[in-house]
Design a protein. Structure first.
Length: 256
């Protein structure tokens, strides 16, 4: 999605050929901060041309070489707006879930192997952070952005949080007694529920509803949540009272 946003965004300004768009991306080092390969420009242009989002405005010749200059279509302008809005409405991963999921099974790896992997992750992250600090500013200079300071602060905070977590993990595992790889020991479910009775209530509760990725439904969920908060805790009590009164009225009617 990101490559489409960048390509269509450039074409919203003026028509351009694929090589020119690629040069813009290389100039701003999108491979580093947007996880986009500059070479993916041509593939995106081809796909969007097939979908009617861009069209060949003209063909330029330079010696024996020819270049197709692309322009955005009306359908492309609509798609660009949808992509922009969709990017802000889509949930973004804010935590490294893959690390958290593997932690319960850390004993199934060689302790030295796991520590080596964590050390390599820390070294790579520090190098990436250093490159970001030294090169990101110069990469963004040709295209001033009023929010660039907020972007930098957000990136720094994420780097620092992940580094703090990894270094803490490295220290704690390093202090533990060297152990051979062993599987995670899970007690029988009945034993677990007997030891922690409150878990029974959690199992009876309705499954937590995930956040839908449908933008229109997500807006509806947000509005419902805002309405619930605005009503306050008394709304639940009033519903219970109304239900109780209704049941009482029904019982009286049947006894008559």
């Amino acid at each position: 999605m990101n490559v489409r946003i960048l390509v269509l965004g450039i074409l919203m300004h003026r028509p351009a050929h694929g090589y020119e768009i690629q040069q813009y991306m290389q100039l701003h080092e999108v491979e580093r901060w947007a996880d986009i390969l500059a070479g993916s420009t041509y593939h995106a242009l081809k796909k969007m041309r097939e979908e009617g989002l861009v069209e060949v405005a003209r063909v330029e010749f330079e010696g024996k070489r020819s270049r197709e200059v692309y322009a955005i279509t009306e359908a492309g302008k609509v798609a660009f707006q949808e992509l922009l809005l969709g990017a802000w409405q889509s949930p973004q991963p804010s935590v490294p879930l893959n690390w958290y999921v593997t932690l319960p099974f850390w004993t199934m790896l060689e302790q030295s192997t796991l520590l080596g992997a964590i050390a390599a992750q820390i070294a790579d992250m520090k190098l990436e952070f250093h490159c970001f600090e030294t090169e990101a500013v110069s990469a963004l200079e040709p295209m001033p952005d009023p929010f660039v300071d907020l972007v930098f602060a957000n990136v720094r905070a994420h780097f620092q949080a992940n580094l703090t977590f990894l270094e803490g993990l490295q220290e704690r595992i390093g202090q533990m007694e060297h152990l051979e790889p062993r599987p995670l020991v899970l007690p029988p479910l009945e034993e677990l529920l007997e030891k922690f009775p409150h878990l029974k209530e959690r199992m009876k509760a309705e499954p937590r509803k995930g956040v839908t990725r449908d933008p229109s439904k997500r807006i509806g969920q947000a509005r419902n949540l805002q309405a619930t908060i605005a009503q306050g805790p008394t709304s639940t009590n009033s519903k219970a009272k109304n239900s109780k009164a209704k049941n009482s009225s029904t019982q009286n009617s049947s006894s008559m």
